[in-house]
Write a protein of this length. Structure first.
Length: 306
C-alpha cells in the first residue's frame, strides 16, 4: 500500500514517523509533484496538482474536522473525503467555549483590566438565566459544546440543518427557525462548517437579532463573520464583545482592528488543535477498515460540503 502526505503548514516528519510505525508494510512518503500513484492521501489544504496527478486514490483523509479548503478544489465525484471525527477535538472545543462563556458572564475580562490598574472593584452577580447560549452547529463538536455549557446551568439553544433532540438543549433547525434561534440567544457560538450556505452568516442582520448585550464566540471559520458588521455592532453597544479564534486571513494581519479592540479577544486558531497520535490512530483504523471492504464514519457529503 502506498500513502502520500501533503499537509500545508504542518511538519511532515513526525507524522510520517508515526504513520510508518502504525503501518509498517506501507510505503509512506511526503507528496511531491511526479510522485507515483498512491492508494491513500493524508492532507490539509493540499494543492490541486496532487488531485490532478493522483486520480486513482481510494480515499483522502483530512487532518482536520473542517473540509472547506478541500471543497475549494476540483475533486473527483467518487473520491471519498474523510474528515477527522472528533479525535480529541470536542473536549478541547468544550473547554475553550466554556472558558469564553464564563469569562464573559463572570466579567473576568473586566477583572483582568482592573488587575492591570491595581483596582479592587466589586461586580454584583448577574442572572445566569439572562445569558442564554446559542450553539450554531450541533455536529460532533457542537453537541459536545452544548452539553458542556448546559452543565453550568446556562439556558442552551442549538441550531442545525436537520432536527435534533439533545437533553438540556432547546433545538432549532433550518433557515425557517434561524431568526427564532437568534432572538432566544445572548451568547452566540459559531460551530457550523464553512459552506456556500454559511459564508457571511454572522452579519449586521443576524447579529442584530441577538438579545441586547449579545456576545459572539467564533470557533468555526473567519469567513462566517462580516468583520465590519461585527465591529459596528460592538461599537454601537448592541453587542458586548466577541472572542474570535478564526479569521479571514490567518495569521491575523497586524493592522487588523480586532487586535486593538478592547472588547474583542483574539486567539490564534487554537480552540481545538489536531492531536497527532489520536488522529493517526483514527486514520489508520479507517484505512484498515476500507482495506477489509468495510464502511467508515466521517465521509464528507460532497453535496452538502461537510
Ligand atoms: P459536523 O459536520 O460534525 O457538524 C456540523 C453541524 O453544522 C451539523 O450539526 C450541521 O447540521 C450544522 N450545519 C451545517 N450547515 C448548516 C446550515 N446551513 N444550517 C444549519 N446548520 C448547519 O462538524 P464538526 O462539529 O466536527 O466541526 C464544525 C466546524 O468546526 C468545522 O467545519 C470547522 O470549520 C470548525 N473547527 C474549528 C476548529 C478550530 O480550532 N477553530 C477545530 C475543528 C473544527 P446537521 O447535523 O443537520 O447536518
Ligand atoms: C479543523 C481545524 O477544522 O483545525 O480541524 O480548524
Amino acid at each position: 500500500m502506498r500513502i502520500v502526505f501533503s499537509c500545508t503548514g504542518t511538519k511532515a516528519e513526525p507524522w510520517l514517523r508515526s504513520l510508518r510505525m502504525a503501518l509498517p508494510d506501507a510505503q509512506i512518503e511526503e507528496w511531491a509533484p511526479g510522485a507515483p500513484q498512491a492508494d491513500y492521501a493524508v492532507v490539509w489544504a493540499p494543492p490541486q496538482t496532487l488531485l490532478d496527478e493522483q486520480p486513482k486514490l481510494k480515499a483522502m483523509f483530512n487532518i482536520g474536522a473542517g473540509v472547506d479548503a478541500l471543497m475549494r478544489l476540483r475533486l473527483p465525484a467518487d473520491l471519498p473525503i474523510v474528515r477527522l471525527d472528533d479525535a480529541g477535538m470536542s473536549v478541547q472545543m468544550a473547554e475553550y467555549v466554556c472558558h469564553a462563556v464564563i469569562r464573559h458572564y463572570r466579567e473576568l475580562d473586566v477583572c483582568e483590566v482592573d488587575e492591570a490598574r491595581q483596582r479592587w472593584s466589586y461586580h454584583p452577580p448577574r442572572l445566569r438565566s439572562d445569558f442564554s447560549v446559542g450553539i450554531m452547529g450541533l455536529g460532533v463538536l457542537g453537541e459536545r459544546v452544548a452539553k458542556a455549557v448546559a452543565a453550568f446551568e446556562f439556558p442552551v439553544n442549538g441550531w442545525s440543518r436537520s432536527p435534533k433532540s439533545i437533553d438540556g438543549v432547546r433545538c432549532f433547525h433550518g433557515q425557517d427557525q434561524f431568526h427564532d434561534f437568534l432572538a432566544a440567544t445572548r451568547i452566540l457560538v459559531c460551530l457550523v462548517p464553512l459552506t456556500p450556505d454559511t459564508v457571511g452568516v454572522l452579519n449586521r442582520d443576524s447579529l442584530g437579532r441577538l438579545k441586547p448585550g449579545g456576545y459572539v464566540i467564533n470557533v468555526a471559520r473567519g469567513a462566517h463573520v462580516v468583520d465590519e458588521d461585527l465591529i459596528a455592532l460592538v461599537d454601537s453597544g448592541h453587542l458586548a464583545g466577541a472572542t474570535l479564534d478564526v479569521f479571514h486571513t490567518e495569521p491575523l494581519p497586524p493592522e487588523h482592528p480586532y487586535w486593538q479592540h478592547p472588547k474583542i479577544t483574539v486567539t490564534p486558531h487554537t480552540s481545538a488543535r489536531t492531536e497527532r497520535e489520536l488522529s493517526i490512530g483514527q486514520i489508520v483504523q479507517k484505512i484498515q477498515a476500507l482495506e477489509r471492504g468495510e464502511k467508515i464514519a466521517g465521509v464528507v457529503d460532497l453535496g452538502k460540503g461537510y
